[in-house]
Ligand binder design. Structure first.
Ligand SMILES: Cc1ncc(C[n+]2csc(CCOP(=O)(O)OP(=O)(O)O)c2C)c(N)n1
Ligand code: SF4
Length: 297
């Protein structure tokens, strides 16, 4: 064990993710936490493309590739089949996909899986755009980010809408366990994956996974950027267990949003007014989370 995590790697080195890819780190941590008795189901996305150029695979666990919108539907079927065979209690089913698949195109099957409450952990690795097809905006892309479909320029300041609050949309299904996590806080992420698997029923972990290619950032600063997202309140780490919010980080906002934005080329066109707007919106949302946690909701 290293830092309370197994040394075994189930996402093998030699995959083809870009240097400094946050999602690849998420894959290592998710699979370490899930352990060997796990079936993985993955939608099309970067982590599928980089891991399985035929005839090779980086997966050291059973892994099913579904279509872009399908991982929750396939995972529901795998869980139902294991139950019918009387084997579900020994085998974990973990579905995962990027934000485009989760926030946008797969949301119908995902909603169905949570409504039926299959015993599946669903993980979204959120790199905040459709990365493997060329950095198109998704509903998880943050306000102001420049993408290939919302390029910043003379007529545009990047994305004009705020990021969709998917965590609370999933929680609204009556989901027993919903959490946010970040690759900058690996032990917290590891524990949340284990908790999501242990709790019976459909559970959800939303992981922030910086993408140097799409965020126009230095691959060596991926962890630093993810940490700034957490500590500035841009991406707070919290759980909603049995409908109650608990905030892990930040207990108090300690980092400057400007530092976070400055390290990413996708935000370099923003002016003072845009940044002030982002600061106000982040504060408003973080304060709301604190209120929910303080009032036991
Ligand atoms: C129905 C359908 N529409 C579009 C595509 C093309 N496509 C494959 S992956 C992808 C983007 C995936 O984005 P995301 O889920 O965010 O994962 P990432 O690549 O960022 O890891 C798109 C548009 C497809 N495979 N199927
Ligand atoms: S494009 Fe981004 S998410 Fe995809 S492999 Fe490269 S760094 Fe990772």
């Amino acid at each position: 064990m290293i830092f309370g995590m197994p040394e075994e790697e189930y996402f093998a080195p030699g995959h083809r993710a870009c240097a400094g890819c946050g999602a690849a780190t998420a894959m290592r941590l998710i699979t370490k936490a899930a352990g060997p008795n796990t079936v993985l189901v993955e939608s099309t996305g970067c982590m599928e493309v980089v891991s399985t150029p035929y005839p090779q695979t980086a997966w050291r666990l059973p892994w099913i590739h579904g279509a872009f919108e399908n991982s929750a539907a396939i995972a529901s079927g795998v869980e139902a089949a294991l139950k019918a065979q009387g084997r579900k209690k020994d085998i974990n089913v973990v579905a995962f996909a990027g934000d485009g698949s989760t926030f946008d195109i797969g949301i119908g099957p995902i909603s169905g899986m949570f409504e039926r409450n299959h015993d599946v952990l669903y993980v979204c690795y959120d790199n905040e755009a459709y990365m493997n097809t060329g950095i198109q905006r998704s509903s998880a892309t943050p306000f102001g980010a420049s993408t290939s479909t919302h390029p910043a320029g003379k007529e545009s300041k990047g994305k004009t809408e705020w990021k969709k609050d998917l965590t609370h949309i999933i929680a609204a299904h009556g989901t027993p366990y919903v959490a946010t996590a970040s690759i900058s806080h690996p032990r917290d992420l590891f524990k949340k994956i284990q908790k999501g698997i242990e709790i019976k029923g459909a559970t959800f972990v939303h992981i922030l996974a910086p993408c140097p290619t799409g965020w126009r950032s230095d691959g060596a600063k991926t962890v630093e950027i993810a940490k700034l997202a957490v500590n500035s309140g841009v991406f707070p780490l919290f759980e909603i267990e049995d409908g109650k919010h608990v905030i892990q980080r930040p207990k108090k906002v300690t980092a400057d949003i400007r530092e976070y934005l400055k390290l990413q080329g996708r935000f370099k066109h923003l002016d003072e007014k845009d940044i002030t707007f982002i600061e106000e919106q982040v504060k408003k949302r973080y304060d709301r989370l604190v209120k929910l946690a303080e009032s036991g909701l």
